[in-house]
Design a protein around this ligand. Structure first.
Ligand SMILES: [Zn+2]
Length: 167
């Protein structure tokens, strides 16, 4: 769900997981998305490998009513907005205190996202793959599109492999 390499840390491969290593004090419970996985337009994946479904427009922030809730003091209540347009995904900082970064560059105005991007929201880094669709299957099983999220909080859930196919 990151760069196309085999997932190793939840939904992330090991190098991508290193790139978005959780900041001090962050625990998996501090990140969540209330969106049902069947309605996912894209996914943002945290440094624990937990995948969070987003719709075509999603506000990330500390606000409990947000689309991706990130409970970290460096994150503003309404921090950044992801939106899917005709030409792809963009991100816009919503006047946050600590800024939004795309692949290391501070986001000014609405910024186009590459297919795979590292978003930094305050001190919290996330991988977003806006071009991936999640598929999972075991050998012998018919290959079908499965919009689902095996990223989870338990060790067992994290071990279920995910495969990303370009669409
Ligand atoms: Zn990767």
């Amino acid at each position: 769900m990151c760069c196309g390499a085999a997932p190793d840390v939840g939904a992330l491969c090991r190098p991508c997981a290193r790139e978005v290593a959780p900041c001090d004090g962050l625990i998996p419970d501090h990140l969540r998305s209330p969106l049902d996985a069947t309605n996912a337009q894209a996914w943002v994946v945290d440094g624990f490998g937990g995948a969070h479904a987003i719709a075509a427009k999603a506000v990330i922030g500390r606000n409990q009513g947000g689309d991706v809730v990130v409970l970290a003091s460096s994150v503003s209540r309404e921090h950044a907005e992801l939106r899917r347009g005709e030409t792809g995904w963009t991100v816009r900082d919503l006047g946050s205190r600590n800024g939004t970064f795309v692949d290391g560059a501070r986001c000014q105005g609405r910024t186009a996202l590459p297919g795979r991007a590292v978003l930094k929201i305050g001190d919290v880094a996330l991988v977003m793959n806006g071009r991936g669709t999640v598929k999972d299957w075991v050998s012998g099983e018919p290959r079908h599109l499965h919009i689902g999220n095996h990223g989870g909080m338990s060790e067992d859930e994290m071990n279920i492999p995910l495969v990303v196919a370009k669409i």
